[in-house]
Design a protein around this ligand. Structure first.
Ligand SMILES: [Zn+2]
Length: 363
């Protein structure tokens, strides 16, 4: 397999049965395999972190499994093991190097560091070496530049027999129409909160509280739920609550609070980090709204219920709705492409939140 085998997902030991929340797509794949009518070029599309690459890897296992029968990957035979470790000679895994997939990964180029046999067009030209099918998985396929996509067209159109190509992408519309039209698109869906929770508890032996929090913070995505750094989240949550409380009493607290918030958050850019911080604030306000209206809905930060109940006694739900609106406007300022001054944008949002939450003159 290719040199970026380190980016392989870990396939579930139970094969297709171990993939959560994607039964529609998996059933379609299994039926097609059973009837020997699997499309030669598949496009697995859907949001990040829902199991697209894992599904592609298990499909590669199922197509080559020595024990699982025509529609299942046993996960334990020599072939399944080699594919899981990136060592199977009939499976080629291609991914961004480092940010995009280049033409030299698709087809040989002179003086390219990619060996010809590890390029897609050469790889598919050989009959299976020890398995049943040659399988090429192109992960993050939307990162192929146009030259790379064009180099792939002929293979997509007329792949050699016993070849299956699987394109995996969260952004199918970023692919050329000529590429899209040659693939059969299968859409994987977001995973429901309950299914995600159950998965985290059973497969990752997580305490119920933690599973619920992760599922609430990363809706629909196993990958993001597992990657979430709870400790850093809790730190941000505490700081956000403190800052929101500070604004409620008005005055000079806002400047200090904006300064604090501007140094927190997750993301590559300052605006992404700022938006992530305001999303935490939004979850806090939503929880506060649920508690203050007595609505029958799950809290994101359920373990903070007592704190929310105490806070809700100081404000009414209309105030919380106004604060929520101010926070949503703030998120929009950080996500619409214009690069605002981070601290000033935070100040503006916090002033509005403070005005919304502070005890006004009795009406
Ligand atoms: Zn197997």
């Amino acid at each position: 397999m290719s040199s970026d085998a380190t980016n392989l997902p870990t396939p579930p030991a139970a094969g297709f049965d171990g993939i959560v929340g994607q039964s529609v797509v998996i059933r379609a794949l299994q039926q097609a395999m059973e009837r020997d009518r699997l499309h030669h070029a598949l496009l697995l599309a859907g949001p990040e972190g829902i199991g697209k690459a894992t599904t592609a890897l298990v499909l590669a296992q199922a197509l080559n499994c020595g024990a699982g029968g025509p529609r299942q990957a046993c996960g334990t035979c020599v072939s399944c093991g080699k594919i899981a470790r990136g060592l199977h000679p009939d499976v080629l895994w291609v991914g961004p190097d480092p940010k995009s997939i280049r033409v030299r990964q698709i087809t040989p180029r002179s003086q390219s560091p990619v060996p010809a046999g590890q390029t897609v067009t050469v790889f598919v030209g050989y009959t299976p070496y020890e398995g049943n099918r040659r399988v090429v998985v192109i992960d993050a396929a939307h990162t192929m530049n146009p030259e790379a996509q064009n180099a792939l067209l002929k293979t997509l159109e007329e792949p050699p027999p016993s070849t299956t190509l699987v394109l995996v992408t969260a952004a199918p519309r970023a692919l050329l129409p000529t590429v899209l039209s040659r693939c059969q698109e299968l859409r994987l869906s977001r995973i429901g909160r309950d299914a995600l929770c159950a998965y985290l508890e059973t497969e990752h032996e997580m305490p119920a509280d933690e599973a619920r929090l992760r599922a609430a913070l990363t809706p629909g995505s196993i990958g993001k739920a597992l990657a979430l750094d709870i400790e850093s989240y809790t730190g941000v949550l505490e700081a956000v609550v403190e800052c929101l409380r500070m604004t409620q009493s008005g005055g000079g607290g806002v400047v200090a609070a904006a300064e604090t918030l501007a140094n927190l958050g997750d993301g590559e850019t300052a605006t992404q980090r700022a938006a992530s911080v305001l999303r935490v604030a939004r979850d806090v306000m939503r929880d506060l709204l649920v508690v203050s209206t007595g609505a029958n809905a799950d809290l994101v930060n359920a373990e903070q219920r007592e704190a929310w109940v105490a806070w809700a006694a100081e404000v009414d739900s209309e105030q919380v709705v106004a604060a929520l609106r101010a926070i949503n406007d703030g998120i929009e300022r950080f996500t619409t492409g214009i690069q605002p001054n981070i601290k000033m944008a935070f100040e503006r949002t916090l002033v509005q939140v403070g005005e919304s939450l502070s005890p006004g003159p009795a009406s």
